[in-house]
Write a protein that binds this ligand. Structure first.
Ligand code: DX5
Ligand code: ZN
Length: 222
């Protein structure tokens, strides 16, 4: 399981998204945050702009739905061409049914957990998902500080995945950068969302490489 770097477009310059997408062409995934001003107190650009991003992206798009009613919206993001669609455990009415629907459409299904949502309730259904997203900030805004208090949850999630003999990815999202990517990798994460740290860097392409090297040196997933 090689470490994967997923820059969050929320920190990109929205007036030149095509150029920003090209600047991270060496990344594994383009992380696209979708927010509805209900599940989180912030609104992101809507469906037409999201569709344009998916069409313009040189790398696969990973949609992170921070919205109410993902049961209704997540399949639309799969249809749009996102290769991975992650919805929140706290918002989904029927997470198993939704994950099966997404997988049936040929996309990776992800389950996201807010910081105060524990993994234990989901241990028996881990096999329904391709990825667990352990939020390392309260969702809604870029530029917040990484919550080191989430490291034990990452460790417990990795242990549960290994115990079940699964290959499920663990993504971390929020405040990830050079200062803490090694901690998240050591704890068992293998997919790293990085918004501000990549797009505020002098050279986004070089920052992706730097983060990948750090994660590779500290990964515990081989
Ligand atoms: C936060 C979003 C993140 C955010 C990450 O709610 O889900 O994807 O854009 O940005 P940084 O890396 O700046 O915390
Ligand atoms: Zn996100």
């Amino acid at each position: 399981m090689k470490p994967l770097i997923s820059p969050s477009l929320l920190a990109a310059d929205f007036t030149k998204l095509g150029i920003e997408l090209e600047s991270i062409r060496n990344a594994d995934w383009a992380h696209m945050d979708v927010m509805d001003n209900h599940f989180v107190p912030n609104l992101a650009i809507g469906e037409p702009a999201d569709r344009a991003i998916v069409e313009a992206s040189p790398i696969p798009v990973d949609a992170h739905l921070m919205i109410e009613d993902p049961d209704r919206w997540a399949p639309k993001y799969a249809e749009m061409g996102c290769k991975s669609v992650t919805f929140h455990a706290e918002a989904a009415q029927a997470p198993i049914r939704l994950a099966r629907e997404l997988r049936g459409m040929g996309v990776r299904a992800g389950l996201a957990l807010r910081p105060a949502t524990d993994i234990e309730a989901y241990v028996d259904i881990l096999g329904e998902f391709d990825m667990l997203l352990v939020m390392t900030v309260e969702p809604g805004f870029g530029g917040q500080s990484f919550l080191e208090s989430m490291l034990p949850k990452i460790r417990r999630t990795r242990a549960a995945i290994e115990k079940a003999g699964l290959e499920t990815w663990i993504q971390v999202d929020g405040g990830v950068g050079r200062a803490n990517i090694t901690l998240a990798a050591e704890a068992g994460a293998n997919n790293f969302v990085a918004g501000s740290s990549v797009f505020n860097a002098e050279d986004a392409y070089a920052e992706v490489e730097a983060l990948r090297k750090l994660a590779e040196a500290h990964t515990h997933c081989r």
